[in-house]
Design a protein around this ligand. Structure first.
Ligand code: ACO
Length: 423
């Protein structure tokens, strides 16, 4: 058997044989025979944007690996910042590299005072924190004009460090502003997750402290959300990056893509859904509504996973560790019942709909006292390293600007009619 496919143009009888490489066929080979015939693939369901060596995702088997390392192993044994290093550099750091990396990130967490005082405070009192975060990230490009030299690897590296370090500070500032609390500056003595919790929750204590199980759970959530191959926001980052826009604009646009309820906004939507269901007894009626097409079961289903999302399993365990410390979230029972009913129902079985990463993450965030408006922000913080790993990979590979075609279905040529003649 040859690892290739042959396409025949029935109009001319001409054929072309295209080798299958890494599970795909090259569109350039296809174009050699079928020049002006385009693939119609509106939601990119069957299109690979290119090659990537960052994250492997095998949806049918529920496999997720960062640079070859299974997600279960990194979630159990690594830290978010080590994972960010791995995604960006391709290898786990040795001890000296790890310490230097932590030190570098820790010392780039501060933000220009003008930014906090003038930019964040310029928002309306009720602005959504995601809206504030997206704009804040974009605004950073005005603070670092050298960032536009995207073909310089050293300049790229510097912006990567800045973004990974400063996004949590901006996210926390957006939150503090939205609840009318003074900004808390980063504490360089704390690890990444605890420092973030400190910037969010510290009130009058001289030093923020939390149970290690709580900051570890947050760090695990950061690990699980760090990258996920070509999802909507990562592809956005690659498309915008392909125009050689600066990385702040790239990450801001990816963050905007993440905001939607079909993507990173789903965890917020899950909590709203659980509240709407209200009680354990209403679960069956809600499932009937989903099956009749009136609504969707948020936190279920995935374009790629047609099996249990491996991240959802790990999150369930992290949730138990958090609930042990802070008490059980009353909405958990509704979520567990929903999962049980859905996994036994033919509607969900036949469509291969399983819980995704967002089904349980919101319950942990809520138990940690985050308001729902912060849920997608909590996703954006770690995903920043994934977006940047893809952006960096793209620029290392001398890519072309993203420019898809369309199948035009509008009017054929017609003549302009002046206003007075339009009836
Ligand atoms: N609830 C009920 N039915 C669903 C759901 C759901 N959550 N998801 C898919 N379906 C049904 C569809 O109605 C469709 O049924 P049909 O064949 O009878 O028309 C079938 O399953 C296939 O669904 P599609 O919409 O084609 O699946 P697609 O791959 O386009 O969508 C998506 C994936 C957007 C994630 C979808 O499953 C969904 O809306 N889920 C809820 C939102 C969510 O949890 N998003 C988070 C995704 S993970 C992430 O971004 C971090």
């Amino acid at each position: 058997m040859t690892d290739s496919i042959t396409i025949t143009d029935n109009r001319t009888g001409e054929s072309v044989e295209i080798p299958i490489r890494h599970g795909g066929v090259n569109s350039t080979d296809w174009a050699s025979l079928l020049g002006n015939i385009w693939f119609a693939d509106e939601a990119f369901s069957h299109t690979a944007v290119g090659e990537s060596a960052i994250t492997e995702l095998v949806g049918d088997e529920g496999i997720l690996r960062y640079r070859g390392y299974p997600i279960e192993q990194v979630a159990e044994r690594s830290t978010y910042l080590e994972v960010a290093y791995l995604l960006l550099n391709g290898e786990l750091p040795n001890e000296a590299e790890y310490n230097a990396w932590i030190d570098e990130i820790t010392h780039h967490t501060y933000i220009h005072e003008n930014f906090l005082k003038r930019f964040i405070e310029a928002f309306r009192y009720d602005a959504h924190t995601m809206g504030m975060l997206i704009s804040s990230i974009a605004a950073l490009s005005a603070f670092y004009p050298e960032a536009k030299h995207v073909l310089d690897p050293e300049i790229r590296r510097k912006q990567i460090v800045r973004l990974i370090a400063k996004v949590p500070t901006m996210a926390a500032a957006a939150y503090r502003f939205s609840v009318g609390l003074p900004f808390v500056y980063p504490d360089n003595q704390l690890d990444f997750a605890t420092n973030f919790l400190s910037m969010i929750f510290r009130i009058a204590q001289p030093k923020y402290e939390c149970h290690p199980a709580v900051s570890r759970a947050l760090d695990i959530l950061f690990i699980l959300h760090a990258d996920h191959s070509q999802n909507c926001s990562t592809t956005t980052a690659r498309v915008v990056g392909s125009s050689h826009a600066d990385p702040y604009s790239v990450v801001a646009s990816a963050c905007a893509a993440l905001y939607g309820p079909r993507h990173g906004g789903a965890n917020e939507a899950v909590l709203e859904m659980l509240r709407r269901i209200g009680t354990y007894e209403n679960v069956n009626d809600f499932i009937s509504e989903v099956k009749s097409g009136k609504t969707r079961l948020m936190g279920f289903g995935h374009r790629v996973y047609k099996n249990y999302d491996p991240r959802a399993k790990i999150i369930k365990e992290a949730a138990d560790a958090v609930f042990e410390q802070v008490g059980k979230n009353p909405l958990l029972d509704i979520a567990l019942k929903l999962e049980e009913v859905a996994l036994a129902d033919d509607y969900f079985i036949s469509r291969r709909l399983y819980p995704n990463v967002d089904f349980y993450s919101g319950l942990i965030y809520q138990a940690l006292n985050f308001p729902t408006t912060m849920f997608t922000v909590l996703f954006a913080i770690p995903r920043t390293s994934g977006w940047l790993a893809h952006w960096n990979e793209l620029l290392e590979r001398d890519s072309r600007i993203a420019r898809p075609r369309q199948l035009y279905v509008g009017h054929p040529k017609r003549d302009y009619v002046p206003l007075s003649g339009r009836g």
